[in-house]
Design a protein around this ligand. Structure first.
Ligand SMILES: [Zn+2]
Length: 60
């Protein structure tokens, strides 16, 4: 089975990450490439509410 990056696939690209068992079956599994792993982590960090905006909520 072929492991491809789901994010790349969404952008119309096929990035093969690795091949894994069973090797004799043309099955696609999804993973994430290094490039998109970095982008994804950056996005997660941005979504976390910064402490400064919490102060603004408390001031109301
Ligand atoms: Zn990717």
């Amino acid at each position: 089975m072929t492991v491809v990056c789901a994010w790349c696939q969404h952008q119309g690209r096929t990035t093969v990450l690795r091949e894994k068992e069973p090797f004799d079956r043309p099955v696609i599994s999804h993973g994430i490439c290094d490039e998109h792993a970095v982008a994804f982590l950056a996005e997660v960090r941005e979504t976390v509410t910064p402490a400064s905006s919490l102060d603004r909520v408390r001031a109301r």
